[in-house]
Ligand binder design. Structure first.
Ligand SMILES: [Zn+2]
Length: 232
């Protein structure tokens, strides 16, 4: 279904990675931009408020009907969780507490990660910094789709499917194309996250009879509304 792309290879360029040179040119022309460098001191409070809101929603939504849960998960939980994922991107650049306090940023990343349900704040940083440093490198920039993806999803409909599955490709691609050893901080991130998930399941199991899918949603609803939001 849909037109097939005619290209059979990636577009290869051998010029300098453009961001560094553009940064230099922009700063030469507009040196005042440097005053805007740094981190926003309000950022950590906004992220904290979003995380606490998601915690609160667990209790607000615990006895609601299915249609209401789905609606709120899509319109509310999914929006906040998307914001938190972007917050984790900012935190990976040390923008919660600044570059002088790298561990504060990492600990805060564990916290911002909680409503998302899947431990990723440390793993994301591990790959994301190389994405910036080696942008366009087919191995070290794991944001770039693989040949296999390009070959499998080369029609309009195929690309549509690829967009829907993008979170999964994004998460699992590096494990195949550029595996790196697990770090202690990733393990800590995993233990904290899975303990939190277990606590939520336990609390829900105690408080409601209809646990089945509600547990999944947690009203934090990480996967379902995120995929739905990609679709619509
Ligand atoms: Zn970035």
């Amino acid at each position: 279904m849909g037109q097939k792309v005619t290209r059979t290879d990636f577009e290869w360029v051998y010029t300098e990675e453009p961001h560094a040179s553009r940064r230099k040119i922009i700063l030469e022309k507009y040196p005042q931009i440097k005053k805007l460098f740094g981190y926003d001191p309000n950022f950590k409070w906004i992220v904290t408020a979003m995380v606490l809101t998601q915690f609160m929603m667990l209790f607000v939504m615990k006895d609601r009907s299915w249609p209401i849960i789905l609606l709120v998960a899509y319109c509310f939980g999914g929006v906040i969780n998307h914001s938190l994922m972007l917050a984790i991107h900012e935190i990976s650049h040390n923008l919660a507490f600044g570059h002088c306090r790298p561990m504060h940023n990492k600990y805060f990343g564990f916290f911002a990660n909680l409503p998302v349900g899947i431990p990723f704040s440390i793993s994301f940083k591990k790959y994301h910094l190389e994405h910036h440093r080696y942008q366009g490198d087919e191995i070290r920039d794991t944001d770039i789709p693989t040949y296999l993806e390009a070959k499998l999803f080369c029609t309009t409909f195929g690309k549509f499917i690829w967009v829907i599955l993008q979170p999964f490709f994004y998460a699992f691609r590096p494990l195949i194309t550029y595996p790196k050893p697990l770090t202690n901080l990733e393990l800590i991130n995993g233990v904290i996250q899975l303990s939190f998930d277990a606590l939520v399941v336990y609390l829900y199991y105690k408080r409601t009879n209809n646990v089945t899918f509600r547990i999944l949603l947690l009203c934090n609803a990480p996967i379902v509304p995120s995929v739905l939001r990609l679709l619509f």
